[in-house]
Ligand binder design. Sequence first.
Ligand code: CA
Length: 221
Amino acid sequence: MNICLVEDDLLLGRAVQAALIGNGHAVVWLRLASDARARIANDDYDAIVLDLGLPDGDGLALLRELRDRDTRLPVIVVTARDTIGERIDGLDAGADDYLVKPFATAELLARLRALARRSLGAHDEDAGIRHELGDLVLDEGRHAVSRAGRPVALSLTEFALLRELVRHRNRVRTRRQLEAAALPESEGQSLDVHMSNLRRKLGAPLIRTVRGVGYLVEDTS
Ligand code: CA
C-alpha cells in the first residue's frame, strides 16, 4: 500500500515508518497538518495514518475536510487521547479505525490489512459506477480517471468537479452547483483555478465553458 503517515513525534514516526517499509509498504511521512493537507490533495494514497495532536492544527479538522471532499480514503487515527468521547469524535469525523498510543506496530499493520480488505470489498460493490464518454473513463468506485487509455492523476477537488460534470453530462452545471459539489468552504483557490488545472491535466478539450452560466461536458459518443 501507498501510505501517508502524519505524525509529529520523531521517535514514534521513525518506528512506524520503519515497520511499514519493512512490511512492503511505501510511506510518505509528514509532521505538519498543512503538509498533509497539500500532499493528500495531490498524491494518490491507499491509506492515511493520522495523529490527532499536530503542531499546526488538529488532525480531526483535517479528517473532517477530507470527508467533506467526499474522499473514501481509509484513515486510521492514532492518538494519545484515549477517552471515550474523543474516540467517538474521531469516528464521527470519518475515521475508519482508531489506535490509542502506545500501540504495537504489529497492531497497526493488522488494522491496515483489515482496511485494505474492506476497501477492496467496497470497490467491488461500486464497480458498476463507471462512466464512459468518448475516450474518457471515470471510475467512481476506483476514484480513477483515464483518457484514451492513459491514466490521468487528479486531485480530489478536480476529480469531484469532473465527476459532477460527467454525472450531469449534456447539461450545464452552474458555478454554484459545481462549488457545492466539489469545493469545501475552507478552500482558498477559486473554481476557475481548479477548472484550469483539471482541463490542463485532461489534455484535449472536454469541458466547455458556457459563458456567464457554468460548465458542461457533452457525450458525443
Ligand atoms: Ca502528536
